[in-house]
Design a protein around this ligand. Structure first.
Ligand SMILES: *Cc1c(COP(=O)(O)O)cnc(C)c1O
Length: 386
């Protein structure tokens, strides 16, 4: 279905639309592990559901369409997707990673792949000259998140893609924070896009999933091999939930972004904070690049309260906004990166990359924005130190 369709229509009609057999407007949940073969070597194209499943295939086609890619893959979690992509590399290879990166991504690289011989170098990828300087003959990939977790720093995708191409290394972009609705890295020159579908794509905090999209046939064939060989695939039911979530991605993201922009602007003027990180605020270091390469700033805000407020008391006093891991759901969530999402990064590295113990990360939901501001205000006021 339709490369000519606009994104809002692709969200609803992209991938494999409906069911040809019955006319059902939704892709059925093919809850089966195996498929009947009519004779030896004669099958319907489906053999075993780790290798391929029609519900999962519909989601895989959909993410490829949305990202402007040719190939898509769906996994049981974002980290299962990351595991499979990192399995493209071998002992002795080096990858360059952003200094701001999801804690679990750092953990699998440092604790699972490094012992197997994969080397990594942490680089401030917001500065492309530093990326260029870090590329050596063993470097096989640059792995970035933008805006990055949790300081929302912005890396120039097109500029990084250009120098990666020149050096013959892959550019891998974790696009979880923006989704293809706001940013399409493959169209800016990236080679592989990764998602935690758990977040905005699913959108309802009810499914854990991971997605990959790309254009290169040879790399895609290797990834399909690894997906089947490693086996961290998404179930048919969860694939259905992802397709269902993605249908409303556009309207959800519009509201997420409007709420976040309103709240970041309010916070910056409120007198309550010493720092606000949000690439949608003019004056934010990432603002210009963000506006150039994406269709919006996303809806993640990080901030630090002024010293007269106790951040632990702030978390305790919230009534509507929920203290929890994760992000990207319709409900507003806050977290404390130093003890939650980024606890797997050692304290010294955390400090080095600027993740203060006082940092608060806010995933702005789609509730009424005035209710969110009231809750923030009362929780901050109640956290004023004696
Ligand atoms: C959550 C997240 C992941 C990991 O995804 P899971 O679905 O939790 O395995 C990877 N990258 C980013 C940016 C994330 O927010």
């Amino acid at each position: 279905m339709g490369d000519s369709l606009h994104l809002h229509s692709l969200l609803i009609h992209g991938g494999i639309d409906g069911d040809k057999t019955t006319g059902a407007v939704n892709v059925p949940i093919y809850q089966t592990s195996t498929y009947k073969q009519s004779g030896l070597g004669e099958n319907t194209g489906w053999e075993y559901s780790r290798t391929g499943n029609p519900t999962r295939a519909a989601l895989e086609k959909l993410i490829a369409d949305l990202e402007g890619g040719e190939y898509g893959l769906a996994f049981a979690s974002g980290l299962a997707a990351i595991h499979t992509v990192l399995s493209l590399f071998s002992a002795g290879d080096k990858i360059i990673i952003s200094d701001n990166i999801y804690g679990g991504t750092f953990r699998i690289i440092d604790k699972v792949f490094k012992p197997l011989g994969l080397r990594y170098e942490i680089v401030d990828t917001t500065d492309t000259t530093k990326v260029e300087a870090a590329i050596d003959p063993e470097t096989k990939a640059v792995y970035i998140e933008t805006p990055a977790n949790p300081l929302l720093s912005v890396t120039d995708i097109a500029a990084t893609a250009e120098l990666a191409k020149k050096a013959g290394v892959l550019l891998i972009v974790d696009n979880t924070f923006l989704t293809p609705y706001l940013q399409r890295p493959l169209t800016l020159g990236a080679d592989i896009v990764i998602h935690s579908g758990t977040k905005y794509l699913g959108g309802h905090s009810d499914t854990v999933s991971g997605l990959v999209a790309l254009r290169d046939k040879a790399i895609a064939e290797r990834l399909y091999f690894l997906q089947n060989a490693i086996g961290g695939v998404l179930s048919p039911f969860d694939s259905f939930l992802m397709i269902r979530g993605i249908k409303t991605l556009g309207v959800r993201m519009d509201r997420h972004v409007a709420n976040a922009t309103h709240i970041a602007t309010w916070l910056a003027k409120s007198g309550y904070v010493s720092k606000v990180y949000f690439p949608g605020l003019p004056g934010d270091p990432g603002y210009e690049v963000q506006m150039k390469q994406a269709d919006g700033p996303g809806a993640m805000i990080s901030f630090v309260l002024k010293e007269e407020y106790d951040y632990r008391a702030f978390f305790r006093n919230l009534k509507l906004i929920t203290l929890a891991e994760s992000l990207g759901g319709v409900e507003s969530l806050v977290c404390h990166p130093a003890s939650m999402t980024h606890a797997s990064i050692p304290a010294d590295i955390r400090r080095q990359i600027g993740i203060a113990d006082e940092l608060i990360r806010f995933s702005v939901g789609i509730e009424d924005v005035s209710d969110l501001i009231s809750d923030l205000r009362q929780a901050i006021e109640a956290a004023r130190k004696e």
